[in-house]
Design a protein around this ligand. Structure first.
Ligand code: SF4
Length: 215
């Protein structure tokens, strides 16, 4: 009886969730945890959820610092850097990359997201950095992630297909570049680092295929 009363006391009664405001027509944003009506049913469950969130954040922060992409922790994901995409030629992103996606993927060394978002094609020109309200050094984060991705490819942690299909594409057509097209594009001034990365990655993939063929 006393136990039941205690349980009743522990239970938090919230009203029915109210309709959230529409962010875009038909799209509502639900913010779990931060709003009382989305919290767990009891205080203890809330505490457990908070501990899990705190541990996850600690893991993300430590991982980013340890792998050398610590700048990415400061990213507010406000997408201010995306303004680079609407700038005139020479001041825009030459590869039409969403810089914010590159930065987010670098927090946890999410290679697949980094590759799919065009991170390997980042020339590190720095045009996007001036739009970042926190002055995050986006080229430095991209450069470190490119190094890590190269190492991961060499260790066999990344599928060759992913690099070939998504790594080096034409930013307009979104189609993978042929070897000749990639060499021509990345031989332009400003693309020196991308050319080096492309050459090293292709050489790793070639050696991998030779090994497979020899089996
Ligand atoms: S630093 Fe990379 S992401 Fe930023 S504008 Fe230059 S190429 Fe694009």
């Amino acid at each position: 009886m006393a136990n039941n009363k205690k349980k009743e006391k522990e239970k938090i009664i919230y009203g029915p969730p109210r309709d959230e405001i529409e962010v875009l027509p038909g799209i509502r944003r639900y913010q779990f945890i931060s709003k009382s009506q989305h919290r767990m049913l009891t205080k203890n469950l809330n505490r457990i959820a908070m501990v899990i969130i705190a541990l996850t954040l600690t893991f993300v922060i430590f991982k980013a610092v340890l792998i050398g992409t610590g700048y990415s922790i400061y990213c507010l994901e406000d997408r201010a850097c995306m303004r680079v995409l609407s700038q005139p030629e020479g001041e825009n992103c030459p590869e039409y990359i969403f810089p914010v996606e590159m930065v987010i993927s670098s927090r946890t060394a999410d290679y697949e997201r980094f590759i799919r978002q065009g991170g390997l094609r980042c020339t590190q020109c720095g045009n996007c950095t001036k739009w970042c309200i926190l002055d995050i050094n986006i080229p430095e984060v991209a450069a470190r992630m490119q190094e890590l991705t190269l190492e991961a490819l060499a260790k066999g942690k990344i599928d060759s297909e992913l690099i070939l299909e998504e790594g080096f594409i034409d930013p307009q057509t979104r189609e993978p570049l042929t070897e000749a097209a990639a060499t021509a594009r990345y031989s332009q001034p400003g693309y020196e680092k991308v050319l080096r990365l492309y050459t090293e990655m292709m050489s790793i993939i070639e050696q991998r295929e030779v090994r497979f063929a020899a089996r």
